[in-house]
Design a binder for this molecule. Structure first.
Ligand code: CA2
Length: 164
């Protein structure tokens, strides 16, 4: 029986799932001096424009619930080629999110609005970093666009290496 390829064929559009963790629904409305004035809706519009330009598919979801994020990561298997995630507060606490990313084996880029390495000690540890292909931190909302580009480049490179 033919098995379904885990990487979508080169001719089809790359599919990237963007996940936003707890409290990121408040972006642009609270703590503006730290997290900026751009709302999540505005970031989603910027990501949609990039997706159009790059001929890729981007789906964006936010949850305040750890289990929901874990379920979405699990369900991404065979549906998405890459994940871009800002796990927010769960970055520093969630072995469950780390385990889900490791289990699905989908290349994952970690994004943070702020430079977590220049903040409090407890924010300097990320449980996700060790299972991510890379991390982008400190560039505000542009980090999501950089994350999508990095994820797309990573998948394209993996595809071209696999076809050689
Ligand atoms: O810098 C980031 O992107 C963070 O992931 C943001 C998290 C924080 O816990 C991480 O250490 C770093 C916090 C997200 C909370 O977002 C808010 C946005 C507006 C108002 C209040 C919170």
């Amino acid at each position: 029986m033919a098995t379904r390829s885990r990487i979508s064929p080169a001719r089809s559009k790359l599919r990237i799932l963007v996940l936003h963790g707890p409290n990121l629904n408040l972006l642009g409305t609270r703590e503006r001096s730290l997290y900026g004035r751009t709302t999540l809706k505005a970031i989603e519009a910027q990501m949609a424009a990039l997706a159009k330009q790059e001929h890729i598919q981007v789906e964006s979801r936010q949850s305040n619930l750890e289990g929901e994020l874990v379920t979405w990561i699990q369900e991404a298997r065979d549906r998405f080629d890459a994940i871009v995630i800002n796990p927010a507060g769960y970055t520093h606490t969630s072995i469950a999110i780390r385990d889900a990313i490791a289990a699905v084996e989908i290349p994952t880029v970690e994004v943070h609005l702020t430079n977590i390495h220049a903040r409090e000690q407890f924010r300097q540890q990320s449980y996700v970093a060790g299972v991510a292909v890379g991390q982008i931190a400190g560039f505000g909302p542009a980090g999501y666009l950089l994350g999508i580009k990095a994820a797309a480049d990573h998948v394209r490179h993996a595809r071209s290496s696999a076809s050689r």
